[in-house]
Design a protein. Structure first.
Length: 255
């Protein structure tokens, strides 16, 4: 197998953020003095409460502990979205290419902020709060990114389950993390085929918190441009549809 190298153009190299010499100097600093290195570069993101401690680790068994910036507080959603709104709100934040090359989207930071804020408020209206677990059983669509960032915005913990996993595999992961919410879709287009993620004839049996809860998803109540939020727990078989609720909500507050 032959390998071919393609050198960057002079114009591209001129506009690069870093050259080889600068990279090697930064790498050397990160090895020789990691505390000061990460203290400096940790400031590249926005902090709600700035950190004082950079690194606190122990590799001695059984006291294994790895903590970075442990006394600081930040919000991932704010760093991915909000801090870019003023200077680059109209720029593309996400380029999404569908299974069909003709099916694509360019989502700006403003559009991303709007969608994530709305979904964050949908979560909160369903009782999701900081520290709760939300399982995402989603195909590779922009709404998967919205669902993740909406969790980080309100301090919920998201657990991603590969869309090709079986209902039984999904159920076990919901049980293991004690999820309060499941976000899914009606189908997952892939390589010119469509995997039905929720079948009319199939009921997913989940044993949540000691008692069985059944999530029944009927294919005749879905459309291809929406995804379903299924509340798990005290309410049995409660389906909440994004298209019905997301327009009610506007900008969301972070945790």
């Amino acid at each position: 197998m032959t390998q071919t190298s393609y050198a960057p153009t002079a114009k591209f190299a001129e506009n690069a953020h870093i050259d080889q010499a600068r990279y090697e100097a930064l790498y050397a600093q990160s090895i020789e003095d990691p505390i000061s290195f990460w203290a400096e570069h940790g400031k590249r993101v926005d902090w709600i409460k700035p950190f004082e401690t950079v690194k606190n680790v122990s590799y001695e068994h059984p006291d294994v502990s790895i903590k970075w910036f442990e006394d600081g507080t930040l919000n991932v959603s704010a760093n991915c979205i909000d801090r870019h709104l003023e200077s680059r709100g109209s720029q593309t934040a996400i380029i999404w290419e569908g299974d069909n090359p003709a099916d694509s989207k360019h989502i700006t930071y403003h559009e991303l902020h709007q969608q994530v804020s709305k979904l964050s408020n949908v979560y909160k209206s369903l009782g999701v709060k900081k520290g709760d677990r939300v399982v995402l059983y989603m195909p590779m669509i922009p709404e998967a990114a919205y669902a993740m960032l909406a969790c980080t915005r309100i301090g919920a913990i998201h657990s991603i389950v590969f869309a090709g996993f079986s209902p039984e595999a999904l159920a076990s992961r919901v049980e293991d993390c004690g999820a309060v919410l499941l976000v899914t879709a009606d189908e997952a287009p892939r390589v010119s085929s469509k995997k039905c993620m929720t079948r009319k004839e199939k009921t997913i049996q989940m044993h949540i918190w000691g008692s069985p809860h059944r999530v029944r998803c009927s294919s005749d109540i879905f459309s291809s441009d929406v995804y379903t939020i299924i509340l798990i727990g005290e309410t049995l078989e409660k389906n909440v549809f994004y298209k019905d609720v997301h327009n009610v909500f506007q900008r969301s507050q972070m945790f």
